[in-house]
Design a binder for this molecule. Structure first.
Ligand SMILES: NC(=O)c1ccc[n+]([C@@H]2O[C@H](COP(=O)([O-])OP(=O)(O)OC[C@H]3O[C@@H](n4cnc5c(N)ncnc54)[C@H](O)[C@@H]3O)[C@@H](O)[C@H]2O)c1
Length: 480
């Protein structure tokens, strides 16, 4: 039985209750804030986007994440979760302040820290202006927790900017008391709420012991798994709480994402070789995955990795390595394989359609993975661009991300019914393996499509025989 929680059930009283601020109400910040409120802390989520804050105050979600709406609405009603655009006011009230703003890829591949820097300066100014700043006003200094994914050394950079912000302040004497902690986030979009309640580990980096003590107390319900709603009959096992220095915590996040991306690229390399020698990568992945040194997850061959994290985090790590004159050859290869997978989609289409000019191609799934509406670095968009360059007409469908995708690319038509996308299409590409897309009616698809009725299964989501039996031409990855 899987562990479950229900937002409507009350937690018991907390041993220690904190005032928490979360700056950045996106996928990470909003989920983190809502989960901390659920376990009993008083949380304010701050965002510079006024529209987003207004929506959240009305109980409307700016992002799609399973289970999130319930959690936000219930905890707002309980008075434990609120939303604001006022970072200074939030800093004044907070014991712990999370920073969960975006760190996109800059033009040179490195992480763009401008949002983090702006927030750090604001924290400094607000701290200096906090009533009683500079005096031992509070029992404990404010703990600033960085949840954004940032390069090694960013903890010190944030600290420096807080100091700068404090000294820029017109009021106060510039003396501020705070700690900087790195708490990298490992949640996965699509199961972010679940992952926040039941993480594999909590990693914390700090250079002061007292900050780690505060964080341990704050995270206590997550570490000890004291949720009233657990239905898993197994004995509760405490979540590993990894404490380390700032630089190592920052590096753990990049290393984790680079490893996972490379694991996918590895199986994609094997898939290509499987095609050449006539092996089936699904069997190969199963056979190697049973070795517990390898593990079965992240061994699905196909279009490759995308999304808001892997591409930018691998790029940032490569950029860090190069700054130190180190050629990250393995990471370079991982990216090269991934780029090649996108091209292989197009060549698989060309192989059976010959020229793509004028051909209609249905893209099934647009979000970068199932159960999210996130389109950042989504393979669908890259494939749509490549099709456009070759004169094909792309028609996309996604169960959730369709609305966001509509209008993103001038030559990608978005429809809201999968069979409408497939109607009259010469080919279809399974881009995102949503449950709804894995279980489409193959006979109906065959009746709607135009010859050669090609299905390029970019996620190896279908049984090739079932697809062929329904009259479609099947092309998977590593399993021809
Ligand atoms: N999305 C994920 O799955 C995931 C997982 C792990 C780590 N991360 C990391 O977490 C960080 C946040 O990612 P996300 O996906 O939640 O981003 P996001 O874009 O969904 O949200 C960021 C939010 O920060 C707000 N913001 C930006 N600058 C601000 C400022 N100066 N003041 C107040 N608000 C500000 C934005 O308006 C936005 O709402 C990134 O560093 C990312 O790499 C993301």
């Amino acid at each position: 039985m899987r562990v479950a929680w229900r937002a409507s059930l009350e937690m018991g009283p907390l041993a220690e209750e904190f005032n928490v601020g979360v700056v950045g109400a996106g996928y990470v910040g909003l989920v983190t804030g809502a989960c901390l409120a659920y376990v009993g802390h008083r949380v304010t989520c701050v965002d510079k986007d006024e529209g987003r804050v207004a929506e959240l105050k009305e109980g409307r979600m700016p992002i799609y994440e399973p289970g999130l709406e319930d959690l936000v609405v219930q905890n707002s009603r309980r008075g434990r979760l609120s939303f604001s655009t006022d970072i200074a006011g939030t800093v004044h009230e907070a014991d712990v302040l999370f920073v969960a703003v975006d760190t996109p890829q800059g033009d040179d591949g490195s992480a763009d820290l401008s949002s983090v820097a702006a927030v750090a300066r604001s924290i400094g100014r607000a701290l200096a202006e906090r009533p009683g700043a500079g005096r031992a006003q509070r029992e404990r200094p404010l703990v600033v927790v960085n949840k954004s994914t940032v390069p090694v050394g960013s903890g010190d950079y944030v600290s420096m900017l807080i100091q700068e912000g404090a000294s820029e302040s017109s009021s106060g004497n510039g003396a501020v008391d705070y700690r900087v902690v790195s708490s990298p986030e490992f949640l996965r979009e699509g199961s972010a709420v679940y992952d926040s309640f039941f993480p594999n580990r909590i990693v914390l980096g700090a250079d002061k012991r007292d900050a780690l003590d505060t964080m341990r107390a704050l995270y206590e319900p997550f570490i000890e798994q004291t949720f009233p709603t657990q239905v898993d009959p197994r004995p509760k096992v405490a979540v590993p709480f990894v404490t380390t220095d700032l630089a190592s915590a920052e590096m753990i996040k990049y290393a984790a994402n680079a490893f996972l991306a490379t694991k996918i690229s590895f199986i994609n390399e094997i898939a290509t070789i499987c095609e050449l020698v006539g092996a089936d990568v699904s069997s190969v992945a199963h056979g190697i995955g049973l070795d517990d040194r390898i593990g079965s997850r992240f061994l699905s061959a196909g279009i490759g990795w995308g999304g808001s994290c892997f591409p930018k985090d691998v790029a940032a790590l490569r950029s860090i390595a190069r700054e130190y004159d180190h050629e990250p050859v393995l990471l370079d290869a991982s990216v090269a394989v991934n780029e090649r997978q996108r091209k292989r989609v197009v060549s698989k289409l060309q192989r059976d359609l010959h020229t793509l000019k004028g051909k209609r191609v249905a893209l099934l799934g647009l979000a970068f993975k199932p159960n999210t509406d996130d389109l950042r670095e989504a393979p669908s968009l890259e494939i749509a661009r490549a099709l456009d360059q070759r004169g094909a007409r792309a028609v996309g469908y996604d169960p959730v991300a369709g609305k966001k995708a509509a209008g993103l690319l001038p030559n990608l038509r978005v429809v809201f019914d999968p069979y409408e996308a497939l109607s009259g299409a010469h080919a279809a590409v399974v881009v995102t393996e949503w449950e709804e897309i894995r279980t489409l009616d193959l006979q109906r698809i065959a009746a709607l499509m135009e010859s050669p009725k090609l299905l390029v299964d970019g996620r190896n989501a279908y049984d090739p025989r079932a697809v062929r039996d329904s009259g479609l031409l099947y092309r998977g990855f590593g399993r021809e």
